[in-house]
Design a protein around this ligand. Structure first.
Ligand code: HEC
Length: 235
């Protein structure tokens, strides 16, 4: 191989590595429907996920299902750290193989809200902004400046602003403490739903760090090798 070819290929591999580094970073930047979404600061620690699970089962499951999330699989995630007893309590009459399905039937949902609430198993994958979108929706209820859409159905982050979901956390109230609690619950459940949408992403990220480390090492070794091979050649 000619020296220039070698140089070029090393330059190429360095460029490829830089590209590999920047692509996941830019892909995670969130985009919204017109309104820039809030940054939910999604977290995957045990306490956040447990709180998110609690909000999901106590509040969201009143209307939404997560049918691809089986009760039994809840035990499989060390991040959640649920015991068999805790899962048994959650599932009640359901079997471990059952998905987490709301009691609200589609027909009743149509009657009450005019729409069937979407399944939330994969919502953070299906929507731009992922967890940031869920967080923004949950904290995006406001008064309609035009006074057309009733309070509790006007949401600045929902396309068209009219959302059929009545503000699910509004019952907590509007004091400073209550607002902080709403944001805390929205953050936890948005984190939980991000986790649920792709529970293996953290494993991949861990592996990804090793892969990048390996690529850097490889680039370095190649560079050393090139120097070794060409050291006696006069330019
Ligand atoms: C009282 C019933 C009810 C409760 C409780 C409820 N939702 Fe909803 N939700 C709905 C309905 C109905 C829709 C459909 C809204 C629409 O399309 O206009 C919806 C829509 C959504 C959407 C938007 C989905 C999309 O298509 O972009 C998200 C996100 C969402 N809900 C998350 C949650 C979370 C998280 C909770 C728990 C904190 C929750 N919901 C609690 C009824 C509910």
């Amino acid at each position: 191989m000619k020296l220039t070819n070698m140089k070029q290929s090393i330059r190429l591999s360095v460029a490829a590595i830089c590209l590999a580094l920047t692509v996941p970073m830019s892909a995670s930047a969130s985009e919204g429907h017109g309104h820039a979404l809030k940054d939910a600061n999604i977290q995957m620690d045990h306490d956040t996920l447990r709180k998110g699970l609690e909000v999901f089962t106590n509040v969201c499951m009143g209307c939404h299902s997560a049918k691809y999330l089986r009760y039994g699989s809840l035990m499989a995630y060390p991040e959640l750290g649920l015991t068999r007893e805790e899962v048994d309590e959650l599932r009640g009459e359901h079997s471990l193989m059952d998905g987490m399905v709301s009691e609200l039937t589609p027909a009743d949902a149509i009657e009450s809200y005019g729409k069937v609430p979407p399944d939330l198993s994969l919502i953070t994958r299906a929507r731009r902004g992922a967890g940031n979108y869920v967080f923004s929706i949950l904290t995006g209820y406001e008064e309609d400046p035009n006074g057309k859409i009733p309070e509790g159905n006007y949401n600045i982050y929902y396309p068209g602003n009219r959302i059929a979901m009545p503000d699910p956390l509004a019952w907590m109230g509007h004091s400073e403490d209550e607002t902080a609690e709403i944001e805390g619950q929205a953050h936890a459940v948005a984190s939980f739903l991000t986790f649920v949408g792709d529970p293996h992403q953290f494993e991949r990220e861990r592996i990804g760090v090793w892969v990048l480390g390996f690529l850097f090492l490889l680039a370095f070794v190649l560079w050393m090798l090139k120097r070794e091979i060409w050291k006696d050649v006069k330019h």
